[in-house]
Design a protein around this ligand. Structure first.
Ligand SMILES: Nc1ncnc2c1ncn2[C@@H]1O[C@H](COP(=O)(O)OP(=O)(O)OP(=O)(O)O)[C@@H](O)[C@H]1O
Ligand SMILES: [Mg+2]
Length: 249
């Protein structure tokens, strides 16, 4: 369903993502791991169109999206968690989700007032907030949310787009321990729908082990391992490059 072919981006002389080729089937969850600065977030940004590739391609159902911008790609089904900078900090949590729902139904900002009054849009937005356990904060201004609640809101906004490809970039970072299971169960639920591609950047190996069908490892922009979780975790390259354990000589 989703594929990157020799995907590459250079920042000056630095190759942040270096010829990454990888294909993803519906109903699978792939964990993307690698040390800080490995290129994980940059790879996501190349897939979503936030960054333009220096070389290579992004394909969805065989269609080349490489020259398309992020808004078009989102409409075609590539879901990338919103950055908080894309939100309206003065508006409530619910209003932000409502705008995402309206955007998906192509009720543009021109019709803002209409969107704000439509009961079905409000109900849909509340349902997304309930799924991430944030309904109690519906009326709170986004600017006043705790860091963990902001991360939940980012997930709710991605859900509201009803994407076919979910890209989660450390979705539980900054969450308190009691909040983490809500998000993990939600991701597991998306996986059970069996028709989505899920990519998950996650540093916690226990989370990776429990959710992933497959692990790909990035290191210095290159894809250095790709396979079943047990295999990849046991491989010398991961033990050394990612977990920081020197390979046995
Ligand atoms: N816009 C940019 N301009 C210049 N260099 C960049 C830019 N974006 C990313 N980089 C560089 O690309 C490399 C990969 O960064 P990236 O954020 O993708 O790593 P990451 O694997 O997501 O790391 P982390 O685990 O810390 O989130 C880093 O060396 C980073 O400094
Ligand atoms: Mg990152």
């Amino acid at each position: 369903m989703l594929e990157t072919r020799d995907l590459t981006i250079r920042f000056g002389g630095h190759v942040a993502v270096d010829g990454v080729s990888c294909a993803f089937a519906p109903g699978t969850l792939t964990a993307v791991v690698g040390p800080n600065g490995a290129g994980k977030t940059t790879w996501f940004n190349l897939i979503s169109g936030q960054l333009r590739a220096s070389a290579g391609q992004v394909l969805l159902d065989g269609r080349d999206l490489t020259s398309l911008g992020p808004a078009v790609r989102a409409r075609l089904g590539l879901g990338r968690a919103f950055q908080l900078t894309n939100l309206f900090p003065g508006l409530s949590t619910l209003e932000n989700v409502r705008l995402a729902v309206a955007a998906r139904h192509r009720i543009g900002h021109v019709f803002w007032q209409t969107a704000a009054r439509r009961r079905d849009i409000t109900d849909a937005a509340m349902a997304y907030l309930e799924r991430v356990n944030l309904a109690s904060r519906a009326e709170a201004a986004v600017a006043g949310l705790s860091h963990g609640d902001q991360r939940k809101l980012e997930v709710a906004l991605m859900l509201a787009l009803e994407p076919r490809v979910f890209m989660f970039d450390e979705p539980t970072a900054g969450m308190s321990v009691d909040e983490v299971p809500v998000i993990l169960e939600l991701i597991a639920g998306i996986k059970r729908q069996a028709d989505k591609v899920i990519l998950l950047v996650e540093h916690k190996m226990d989370v990776v082990r429990s959710l992933a069908d497959r692990i790909v490892v990035l290191h210095q922009g290159r894809l250095v391992a790709d396979g079943a979780p047990a295999e990849v975790i046991a491989s010398p390259i991961v033990q050394e490059a990612y977990l920081g354990i020197p390979a046995a000589v």
